[in-house]
Design a protein around this ligand. Structure first.
Ligand code: SF4
Length: 491
């Protein structure tokens, strides 16, 4: 019996009934440990080899660490022969053990729902990567990019993985990297390829000589400008990047960008922050993609926290992917409307640096298609009407040419197109109220002054027509110096 199995057969005093607060601080908060590993010396805990050797890999281990119903245990026991399971103690410790719906647990621990395919829409290879594969392990889909699947190994097997057929399925796909040299030769023979994504599995699990082989040979190809390393190691096993030799190898090739994958703010830990900073200091930009996952991050508050946390550790949010229809991941999928609702709450409400592009990776190998709330409301030959995050409708004239439309209407979107108004501003707009409090002075044309009962007069539509907003002139009014306290005249 292995050490892990003998641990797993211990009685289960380790399943905690109460734990400290989760998600109270803004990430990165404090390092965490599940009570099962509380006594492991720091030196071991910080060693990625120890983390890998002690990863939770069986349902027998799981039952001693988390609570399950008997039905759940039976169902995930049946899945064990089909899908691999691996959760390093570090990542496992991010799970709140008393919450059966914990977002870290949902990503890493098998669920009975993986056996279901409710829509019948889920596929083994939903993006048809294999059909765009001229060489085993290489996908050439977009004109200037190629994807190399270099390994089927990951440090943690994400239950929603799009490439599950290669990574999680036991005895699965064997096309990966069957001939590494052929993949390199294909890239070399196609001068249109400028950007190579070295992926997997997780390429940072490769032995260093093999990783060096890919990096150095790709870097030698003159037309390759960018080598992107797709890795979840900063999230699931940051200890691997405590190894300076690995950082040095990545940095030695002056074309490497890191593409990582944080899905939840709790994953942004001090350990993750440390290794992202090491990568940045070594000269590699770090971008993130997030997958929109039901029960993990499918709400605006969580997504805002995540994007802010990423900015805090200088990782640039790059993509928000809609979850692909891969077999066994249907329970993670939510509507495209949910993604749009989230994007609506991000754009304009927080720094543009923190706004990812929301994309649907389309069937039939159609690739990533950006989806977003509609900001273009209407258009004419002269102008477009745009909507901003506040709901303000604005006429925008892209070129300085005379108006071709005879104005006939002075209300609604048509009035914006015709140029009789330049903006319609919802009533109660905070920014306009702030302008007023800053003593912004409104200057109106005289004829309008007469006709109008004032800018924000009572009554009217819910959406207030500010047809004279273009005449708003911000006048800097010096704030009067605080009056000196007067002394009472002596009597
Ligand atoms: S780390 Fe990436 S490749 Fe590996 S299981 Fe997770 S999503 Fe799939």
């Amino acid at each position: 019996m292995s050490e892990q199995e003998s641990r797993a057969t211990l009685p289960c005093p380790t399943v905690p009934q109460a734990v400290g607060a989760f998600d109270e601080d803004e990430p990165p908060s404090q390092p965490r440990r599940h009570p099962f590993w509380a006594d492991v010396p720091d030196q071991q805990w910080d060693d990625w080899r120890w983390q890998s050797q002690n990863a939770v890999r069986s349902v027998r281990q799981l039952r001693n660490l988390l609570t399950f119903t008997n039905e759940e245990l039976e169902a995930i026991g049946r899945l064990e022969s089909e899908y691999k399971l691996a959760i390093p103690p570090y990542y496992f410790s991010l799970i709140n053990p008393v919450d059966p719906n914990d977002p870290i647990r949902r990503q890493s621990v098998p669920s009975p729902l993986e056996a279901e395919n409710p829509s019948g829409y889920e596929l083994e290879d939903p993006l048809e990567e294999d059909k765009d594969s001229p060489v085993p392990g290489l996908t050439h889909r977009y004109p200037d990019r190629a994807l190399l699947v270099t390994t089927h190994v990951c440090t943690m097997y994400c239950r929603f993985c799009t490439r599950k057929r290669a990574t999680m399925v036991r005895g699965g796909w064997d096309a990966i990297s069957r001939n590494d040299r052929r993949m390199i030769d294909y890239v070399a023979a196609h001068p249109e390829i400028r950007d190579v994504i070295v992926s997997g599995g997780d390429p940072l699990t490769l032995p260093l000589p093999k990783l060096r082989f890919f990096l150095e040979n790709l870097a030698k190809i003159p037309h390759v400008d960018v080598i992107r390393i797709g890795t979840r190691i900063p999230v699931t096993l940051p200890q691997k990047l405590y190894d300076q030799e690995l950082i040095d190898l990545l940095a030695s090739v002056n074309k490497v960008w890191i593409q990582t994958h944080f899905n939840h703010p709790r994953e942004v830990t001090p350990e993750a922050a440390r290794v992202c900073l090491s990568l940045l200091k070594a000269g590699m930009p770090v971008n993130n993609h997030t997958v929109l996952l039901k029960g993990v991050n499918d709400d605006l508050a969580t997504m805002r926290l995540l994007m802010r946390a990423l900015l805090r550790i200088k990782v640039r949010p790059y993509y928000l992917f809609h979850c692909d229809p891969v077999i066994g991941a249907g329970h993670f999928r939510t509507s495209v409307w949910k993604g749009i609702e989230i994007m609506e709450g991000l754009r304009g409400h927080m720094s543009g640096l923190g706004i990812p592009t929301y994309v649907v990776d389309s069937p039939h190998g159609g690739g990533k298609i950006p989806v977003m709330p509609n900001y273009l409301v209407s258009a004419s030959d002269d102008a477009v009407v745009l909507r901003n995050y506040e709901g303000m409708l604005i006429r925008y004239q892209a070129s300085d040419t005379p108006n071709t439309i005879e104005p006939t209407l002075n209300r609604g979107v048509s009035s914006l197109l015709q140029g009789t108004r330049s903006a319609i501003i919802p009533e109660g707009n905070e920014r306009m109220a702030r302008r007023k409090s800053l003593q912004v002075i409104t200057v109106k044309p005289p004829e309008e002054e007469e006709a109008s009962g004032g800018c924000c007069g009572s009554g009217g539509d819910q959406e207030h027509d500010h047809d004279h907003e273009e005449e708003l002139v911000a006048v800097s009014v010096p704030t009067p110096a605080p009056a000196k306290p007067r002394r009472r005249p002596k009597k």
